[in-house]
Design a protein around this ligand. Structure first.
Ligand code: 28F
Length: 666
């Protein structure tokens, strides 16, 4: 016997069974709560929130695939900006819910589930739980239509968020019953919805953003075919994502045009304590490691226990192997985690029940059982791989690479110690440093800025133009040395770099301590010509190789100086790009003069301050390591000799002043 208590403001509490244990109570809420505070359910009503609606529905389709019932998903962005998602799975249940007396599909779309899928769930793995459920999508849509293809019939139900006479909006209200609209041999579920422009700042879907997420999902579920079509405007587009090679293909994609240590990524797949573990990894010749991790297809950008397990499994396997085959002799030579991860590209994906997230963006996995499971699977399978005679050559390459990395690490740390010892003895602060660095007088690290300026003349002008309270100037003589780690001895001997290392104050190598950073911003100033861009690239590479955290924490900037000065009468405008020049000359009409700045040195102190140093007026690009793979490619642009692509790249980003415009910068 069940009793249904009607409590105020349309919350229904159903006692699911006679013994009233709390966990049997499914709290069912109406959708009003969602429209009142959308950000509580989807994070924000910006573009990210809008796309969250789509990923929620896609995740439900992917859940059907993970559980083995669907192998194809189609996503279409329609002309009217509505979007539909179809999966060829079993089709949502349409039978009347035993307790709520309404069709199951209507429950799914009109009742806010307290804890994701409920009662007769047969879901063993579900990313959807991470999300907020399909009902939130319905609540935040102008309308939503679901079609179910099952048992030879096509069912359809439509919901609308309607405004009544008094102007109140009823969210996601069924405007039809669940109707049989035809016979079909098709199977699966099709959901179409139009996000509500009364909720979202913009309802325009971003094709590239969706494509990136879809590509990830296809890599994570090998063999799953996902089709994405854009029917809007003139740029009609259609792409199919299907990767038989799953995670291995993903690693290959990340390592596109990289020098890799061995061709085929190592692929591991196993299960432990009901946790499915999959990983693929490969080494390239860069200094960074890139580990992407996922839990039930959700990108755990902040890592978590599964990633920790992967790292320890990897480190233990390589150390055990190195000792067992006497590459290493005594214990103190043990390889560190960072020794075995240099140049590593890896994708780790686990699937398990009731995943828990933490971290401010809820993108960190904290199930402890995931750490032990991943570590065990990696240790077991990777050891077998390394000891398999047919992989002898690769096992040797990996081990030797990690040992060499350890040797470089030790050498850098010795060189850094010598540098510091040497400094104390020779009082280097008084000679090289002072000669070059015009430090700022204030010592507030939170606002102090260090300008690394190309060329002595510009350096001189900058010293006059700066606000000495918080702006330090370090002039650089000509092109600095190429900063690849392999010639770190030269780097550590190079006066220019030594001065930079002292000026920033963090130390280098395993002595690096970001809390000792003397400046909040390190701003690279070089001419907007070939050489300038090349010097910029070399310096960015130097920081990327030796001080990646300075970049990661957002302290490194590229300062931009104007390319032209346009004057007409007493009016004057600085153009930082050719487009701005055109805008200005259109604006001025005629009788204007244009001065082309070849380099920083041509400006007088006032002009340099006004256009390039003054925090109120200057323009800068924050250097960020977004996707390290892209970063590598972008360094290639900055470092490479394809000058025009370098120039285009830099000017393309020249006029961003807002922080969020720095997306996908290196
Ligand atoms: C376009 C989005 O949402 N596909 C889905 C299914 C299949 C079942 C199901 C979904 C009630 C509440 C458990 C069918 N037959 N694509 C989708 N396909 N939901 S959502 O069941 C939902 C149950 O949670 C399904 C037998 N069991 C489950």
């Amino acid at each position: 016997m069940y009793r249904l208590f009607h409590v105020k403001h349309n919350r229904k509490v159903i006692i699911m069974s006679n013994n009233y244990t709390a966990d049997n109570i499914v709290v069912l809420e109406g959708l009003e709560a969602v429209r009142k505070r959308p950000a509580m359910y989807i994070g924000s009503t910006s573009s990210r929130g809008l796309h969250h609606l789509l990923t929620e529905i896609v995740d439900n389709a992917v859940d059907e695939a993970i559980n083995g019932y669907a192998d194809a998903i189609e996503i279409t962005i329609n002309e009217d900006n509505s979007v539909n998602v179809y999966d060829n799975g079993r089709g949502m249940p349409v039978d009347i819910h035993p307790k709520l007396k309404i069709p199951a599909v209507q429950v799914i779309f009109t009742v806010l589930h307290a804890g994701g899928k409920f009662d007769y769930t047969n879901y063993s793995y579900s990313g959807g739980l991470h999300g907020v459920g399909a009902s939130v999508v319905n609540a935040l849509s102008r309308w939503l239509e679901v079609r179910v293809y099952r048992d030879g019939k096509e069912y359809c139900q439509r919901y609308e968020s309607v405004t009544d006479k008094k102007g109140n909006i009823t969210s996601g209200k069924p405007v039809t019953g669940i109707e049989v609209v035809g016979n079909t041999r098709k199977k699966g579920t099709m959901v179409t919805f139009l996000p509500d422009d009364r909720v979202f700042d913009s309802v325009k879907f971003d094709y590239e953003l969706i494509a990136k997420r879809i590509r990830d999902i296809a890599y994570l579920n090998s063999g799953l075919m996902i089709k994405l079509c854009d029917k809007r405007g003139d740029e009609k587009k259609e792409e199919e994502f299907c990767y038989k090679g799953g995670l291995s293909d993903y690693v290959k994609y990340i390592n596109t045009d990289k020098n890799v240590l061995f061709k085929e990524p190592i692929y591991i797949s196993g299960e432990k304590n009901n946790i499915k573990v999959e990983a693929a990894f490969q080494y390239n010749d860069t200094n960074t490691d890139l580990v992407y991790s996922y839990a039930n297809n959700i990108n755990t950008a902040e890592g978590g226990t599964h990633e920790t397990g992967f790292r320890s499994g990897l480190t233990r396997t390589i150390n055990d192997f190195a000792y067992r085959f006497t590459y290493l002799k005594d214990k103190k030579e043990a390889l560190t985690g960072s020794d075995v991860r240099e140049g590593l590209t890896a994708v780790v994906s686990i699937k398990m029940r009731d995943i828990q997230f933490e971290g401010q963006t809820k993108e960190k996995l904290n199930n402890t059982e995931a750490r032990t499971a991943v570590e065990a699977v990696i240790l077991d399978h990777f050891t077998k791989y390394m000891e398999d005679p047919q992989n002898d050559e690769i096992a040797k390459k990996i081990t030797e690479k990690c040992i060499k990395t350890a040797q470089i690490r030790k050498a850098i740390s010795n060189a850094a110690t010598k540098l510091r010892e040497g400094a104390k003895q020779k009082g280097i602060e008084n000679s090289v440093l002072v000669g070059k660095l015009a430090n700022c007088s204030g010592n507030n690290k939170a606002i102090n800025e260090l300008f690394i300026v190309e060329g002595n003349s510009a350096g001189g002008t900058a010293k006059l133009a700066r606000q000495r309270e918080f702006q330090a100037i370090l002039p650089l003589r000509g092109k600095p040395l190429n900063a690849e780690k392999t010639n770190f001895e030269q780097v550590m001997k190079n006066e220019e770099y030594k001065t930079i290392i002292y000026s920033i104050g963090t130390g280098v190598g395993d002595k690096f301590d970001i809390s000792k950073l003397n400046y909040d911003k390190i701003i690279i100033l070089s001419d907007a010509d070939q050489d300038g861009a090349h010097i910029r690239a070399i310096l960015v590479t130097f920081f990327y190789r030796y001080f990646p955290d300075i970049i990661r924490e957002g302290h490194l900037y590229i300062g931009l100086s104007p390319l032209y000065k346009i004057t007409k009468g007493d009016k004057m405008y600085y153009a930082y790009t050719d487009e701005e020049l055109k805008m200005a000359t259109d604006e001025f009409g005629k009788n204007y003069t244009i001065q082309r700045y070849k380099g920083l040195g041509e400006m007088n102190p006032d002009q340099l301050r006004e256009t390039t140093l003054d925090p109120e007026k200057r323009r800068m690009i924050m250097v960020q390591i977004g996707d390290a793979a892209e970063a590598e490619e972008k360094i290639e642009i900055l470092m490479g000799d394809k000058a025009e692509s370098r120039h285009d790249y830099i000017t393309k980003y020249a006029n961003f002043n807002k922080r969020d415009a720095y997306e996908d910068m290196i």
